[in-house]
Design a binder for this molecule. Structure first.
Ligand code: BES
Ligand code: MN
Ligand code: ZN
Length: 508
């Protein structure tokens, strides 16, 4: 599906669906904006009557369809509610575009034209980017291995954002290209997360990262078991040891690193993702209810791969390194066990108390690698790390832990702007004390209390003094119900958030 911009008369546009987003209308005296009144008059006045009767009020998510008469012009008009104009933001537009796309797809439409809304609150460029993202994100579906349905049709192939003035249509080309890069990258992240464990073991996840890297011009390295052993990465090897599908560490690199000792130049940011391609819990096996959902336990890795794709396409003026620790957590005769002492690449010894707390063990080596190999200005990791996070914050936001309040605040702001919300959580010395081991350096669990914070405290031991933030996306990476631009399943959370963070990175 392609999104573009054009200018012209909405009453004469060739479209299967013309979507008309409308802000909430005054309940007492509903009145169409002047611009629409002209269009509506040319199409037979149907919109006016829908509004005058109060049958369409412009509430968020509300839709109404009208069929204009006349030879030329759109086949259908779908009114889409935007909600209160005083509260309008990018996500209101993203949701409206998603609703329009779904309405069009439901009517087997191929050509969707969206009348670009004008509002004093959201300027043309960010509005176009949000509309583009909403439409493309809503068009994603996980097809799995189903055979193609011959009656399904092509789906929506073209989306046109329609403006009155040619200059406006020209002015949004770049935001449309950006929105396309970001949304398609998020859809890639969703696809990887939705793929089951048998379809995407660690080696296949690494291959997908390589394939993506080649396509967009990123450098990419993949370490298999031999290289992992050579680098003393005993932690990721321990987690992967129970599976016939051995682990991988993937490194994707964009831009050049600043010369050694140089104070100016592009900052280095490392993005690190948990890539547990299936989490059975290992010897500390999980209950079987909903265990299938643990195919998405590589959503942090998926977000990193998706974000790296967008970073490359947007040519961000930063040195960005994406690192994925990929392993499969299964019980077997070669699996790591509760009680095991595992030496990580950092030299720190991990006492394994629960093999189901595997994400932090994988990340121990990935974070240490990021920190020592790149000496970055900042590290951001993403992981479906703890069930406790799902209980604490639900699917409303991801929890953020870290050592740098400024980085956490910038993540929080990026979360608001991208509608992939992030909320700061406490990380104190007490949390670090809770995971001290008597027989090694760290225990891999700190018990039931503050389970997400003690998991974060574990990660903190592997990033040195580097500015670092950990995003626990256990509650946000998967949805049972979906939304206007979100089908049920993997969300691809983190891609929009990371791009927002990196695009607003202070100049180095
Ligand atoms: N992948 C899980 C966490 C998870 C749970 C992600 C639900 C998404 C949805 C993680 O590896 C895990 O099993 N964590 C354990 C840690 C415990 C054993 C200390 C947990 O949260 O129960
Ligand atoms: Mn686990
Ligand atoms: Zn896990």
């Amino acid at each position: 599906m392609k999104v573009r911009a054009a200018s012209g008369d909405p009453a004469r546009v060739a479209a299967d669906v013309l979507a008309v987003p409308l802000f909430s209308l005054d309940a007492q005296a509903p009145e169409l904006p002047a611009r629409l009144r002209r269009v509506d008059a040319a199409l037979g006045g149907r919109i006016e009557s829908l509004v005058a009767t109060g049958d369409f009020r412009g509430r968020p998510g509300e839709t109404s369809t009208v069929y204009p008469d006349g030879e030329e012009g759109p086949t259908r008009i779908v009114l889409v509610g935007l909600g209160d104009e005083s509260k309008a933001d990018a996500d209101a537009l993203r949701r409206a575009a998603g609703t329009a796309l779904k309405a069009a797809a439901g009517r087997k439409a191929e050509r969707l034209v969206v009348l670009a809304p004008s509002s004093r609150r959201v300027r043309h460029a960010p509005a176009a980017r949000a509309l583009t993202e909403g439409a493309l994100l809503a068009s994603y579906r996980f097809e799995g291995w189903r055979e193609e349905d011959p009656d399904a049709g092509k789906g929506v192939t073209d989306v046109t954002l329609l403006y009155d003035r040619t200059a406006d249509a020209r002015g949004v080309r770049r935001p449309i290209a950006e929105g396309t890069a970001i949304a398609e990258s998020q859809n890639l992240a969703r696809e990887l997360s939705n793929l089951p464990g048998n379809a995407l073991p660690p080696a296949a996840l690494a291959r997908e990262a390589q394939k993506m890297s080649r396509a967009v011009g990123l450098r990419c390295r993949v370490f298999g078991p031999t290289e992992l052993k050579r680098r003393n990465m005993g932690a990721i090897l321990a987690v992967g040891g129970g599976s016939a599908n051995p682990p991988r560490l993937v490194v994707m690199e964009h831009g050049k690193r600043r010369a050694r000792g140089a104070r100016r130049g592009r900052p280095t940011v490392c993005l690190v993702g948990k890539g547990v391609t299936f989490d059975s819990g290992g010897i500390s096996i999980k209950p079987s209810a909903a265990m299938d959902e643990m195919k998405h336990d590589m959503s942090g890795a998926a977000a990193v791969i998706g974000a790296m794709r967008a970073v490359a396409l947007l040519k961000l003026p930063l040195h960005v390194v994406g690192i994925v620790g990929a392993a499969e957590n299964l019980p077997s005769g070669t699996a790591y066990r509760p009680g095991d002492l595992v030496r990580s690449a950092s030299g720190k010894v991990i006492e394994v108390l629960n093999t189901d707390a595997e994400g932090r063990v994988v990340l121990a080596d990935a974070l240490h690698f990021a920190n020592t190999e790149y000496e970055p200005d900042a590290i951001v990791d993403l992981a479906t790390l703890t069930g406790a996070m799902v209980i604490a914050l639900g699917s409303w936001c991801s929890g953020a832990y870290g050592s740098d309040d400024d980085l956490l605040e910038r993540l929080r702001k990026a979360g608001e702007a991208s509608a992939e919300r992030v909320w700061p959580m406490p990380l104190w010395q007490g949390h670090k004390d809770a995971i001290k081991s008597r027989v090694g350096d760290l225990k891999n669990t700190g018990g039931r209390e503050a389970g997400s914070a003690t998991a974060a405290a574990f990660l903190a031991a592997f990033v040195g003094d580097t500015s670092w933030a950990h995003l626990d996306i256990a509650g946000t990476a998967w949805t049972g119900k979906g939304g206007p631009y979100q089908p049920p399943g993997a969300t691809g959370v983190g891609v929009r958030l990371l791009i927002e963070l990196l695009q607003s990175w202070r100049k180095g």
